[in-house]
Design a binder for this molecule. Structure first.
Ligand code: ATP
Length: 279
């Protein structure tokens, strides 16, 4: 659904994008992660058509330019882009109109998306009178209305409370299950586990690792934690790639565990190992 190749964007001497490649299939959620300044927002802005790349290509569905593919895109930018003096419903209606919906179909779709994001009770308040988390949900609703086949969500849960986060994640999952391709940037890695996202790690304007969470964490050590029956024996915390073998070795050595906990490698571990490897 989305293929970008070799994107370069220069701001003076700085390269915000420096050979950024990414492919996203229909029904796939890609978690785009990376430190501040890695190029995630510039990538989103380039795919949206807000920023023209100096080099490289963006292909969206059958189209070779973001402008031609505008009707296929739903975007929730990091900096909220909403009309503060009109209601949440009117903001979402406006985008529904741009997505080509008219009349009763439009009203029904707007009501459906507002309900999906738990906004029905707030829908007729001016956006300027809503909280930050509520505005984020309205922004997500403007991206999702009309069910566009490509969603670009730039930190959609920044500052969100748990209820807001859950509503958003459920809505994103539902869109991917219905076949949408989703790019989801976040600094909150557990969300990507909940979403079952594949991962793209950006660093210095390019993607340095890409794959499923399982593939990317396979070779990392987890941790074996063991407490012992003898209260004088301290808890053992052992980084290990083979906890079963290490536990068997402990038992063979005659030690008697009181409790055993195996921690699998997490996305945090992956993030830190890739960041460290790239230094
Ligand atoms: P964050 O996690 O903080 O949102 P990011 O990965 O989204 O960061 P970008 O906002 O894409 O990073 O920025 C990438 C680099 O490009 C940064 O060094 C940033 O300072 C620079 N940059 C982005 N936009 C501009 C601009 N309009 N003018 C000059 N430099 C810019």
């Amino acid at each position: 659904m989305l293929t970008v190749t070799g994107l370069v964007k220069r701001y003076g001497p700085r390269r915000a994008l420096d050979g950024f490649d990414l492919t996203v299939a229909p029904g796939e959620i890609v978690g785009l992660i990376g430190h501040n300044g890695a190029g995630k927002t510039t990538f989103v802005e380039t795919v949206t058509g807000l920023v023209d790349p100096d080099e490289g290509h963006v292909r969206i569905g059958p189209y070779d330019t973001p402008r031609a593919a505008r009707h296929l895109l739903g975007v929730a930018p990091q900096e909220l882009a909403l009309y503060g003096t009109v209601s949440a419903r009117e903001n979402v209606r406006l985008l529904a109109g741009l997505a080509g919906l008219r009349g009763r179909r439009r009203d029904a779709e707007v009501a459906r998306v507002l309900a999906e994001l738990h906004l029905t009770d707030l829908a007729d308040r001016p956006v300027g009178a809503l909280s930050g988390g509520q505005r984020r949900r309205v922004q997500a609703a403007t991206a999702m209305v009309g069910s566009p086949p490509l969603l670009l969500l730039d930190e959609p849960t920044a500052g969100a409370d748990p209820e807001t986060r859950t509503a958003l994640l459920d809505a994103v999952k539902a869109r991917a299950d219905a076949g949408a391709a989703v790019v989801y940037t976040t600094h909150y890695l557990p969300e990507l586990v909940d979403l079952g996202a594949t991962l793209a790690l950006a660093r210095d304007g390019c993607v340095i690792a890409r794959g499923t969470q399982r593939d990317l964490t396979r070779d990392l050590p987890g941790e074996l934690r063991v407490t012992f029956a003898d209260p004088g024996e301290p808890e053992l915390r052992l980084p290990t790639k083979d906890p079963g073998a290490d536990l068997a070795a402990l038992l063979a050595a005659g030690r008697t565990p009181a409790s055993v906990d195996i921690r699998r490698p997490s996305l945090d571990d992956l993030y830190h190992s890739l960041e460290a490897a790239a230094l």
